[in-house]
Ligand binder design. Structure first.
Ligand code: DC
Length: 221
């Protein structure tokens, strides 16, 4: 049987950085489910879909195929066969992802893909509803969080390094809004599974968080 680790938590808690490193150390496959939702959002944006029109959404979704593969251990996402890994991190896609991932039809489309992967391989899967909905029997569940202030400061640094102009206040507001939307939506809201281990990374280094997760996993393997 495969060993599954679920890591959930809000945007900016460091999930993907930490999940990638922990997966490498454990020789697990890292599955970034946010990238899958982003791929669907890109497809919907390209088609100019009104996602609040259920019929239009259904029609567009039937023409969208999301697949993944691994290149040198790094997940690549494909939209109808096109590698879109480099196109899904824009603000426009982030915003559409936050809105479209609240739609049950969108979530239903990815549930099977995620469960099939986890059934076949030892995976470390990160997202929002992995421990609560997708892999309720995961052998290890982590809820990784950090204060809004810490997350905003991290994102601010990233934006500045990319040469993008923004203020810390704007980013804090944006994070608060997205947290609210992700945790108050009807379908698969972001919440900690009862049996998840809470890890607050606000005052921890990346290495400390990775070590914590790897240690917990080894104890249960
Ligand atoms: O983790 P991320 O920032 O790439 O996620 C992008 C968006 O997708 C975010 O608004 C939350 C949503 N998401 C989700 O609803 N369920 C998941 N399993 C992963 C991401």
């Amino acid at each position: 049987m495969s060993f599954n680790i679920a890591i959930d938590g809000p945007a900016g808690a460091g999930k993907s950085t930490i999940a990638k490193l922990a997966a490498k150390e454990l020789s697990f496959i890292y599955v970034d489910t946010g990238a899958m939702y982003r791929t669907i959002a890109l497809g919907l944006l390209r088609a100019g879909t009104d996602i609040d029109d259920e019929e239009a959404l259904k029609k567009q979704l039937s023409g969208i195929a999301v697949t993944i593969s691994y290149e040198n251990g790094t997940q690549q996402v494909f939209l109808n066969g096109e590698n879109v890994t480099g196109l899904i991190r824009t603000e426009q896609v982030s915003d559409m992802t936050s809105r479209s991932s609240a739609k049950p039809q969108v979530r239903a489309k990815l549930t099977e893909l995620q469960r099939t992967l986890a059934a076949k391989e030892d995976v470390l899967m990160d997202g929002r509803d992995i421990g609560t909905m997708i892999l309720p029997d995961a052998q290890l569940k982590i809820f990784l969080t950090a204060s809004v202030k810490t997350r905003a400061e991290r994102r601010y640094q990233e934006q500045i390094e990319k040469g993008e102009s923004c203020t810390l206040e704007e980013i804090e507001r944006d994070i608060e809004e997205r947290d609210y939307r992700d945790s108050h939506r009807e379908t698969a809201p972001l919440r900690q599974a009862e049996d998840a281990v809470l890890v607050d990374s606000s005052d921890m280094t990346i290495d400390e968080v990775v070590t914590r997760i790897v240690t917990l996993a080894r104890e249960r393997m």
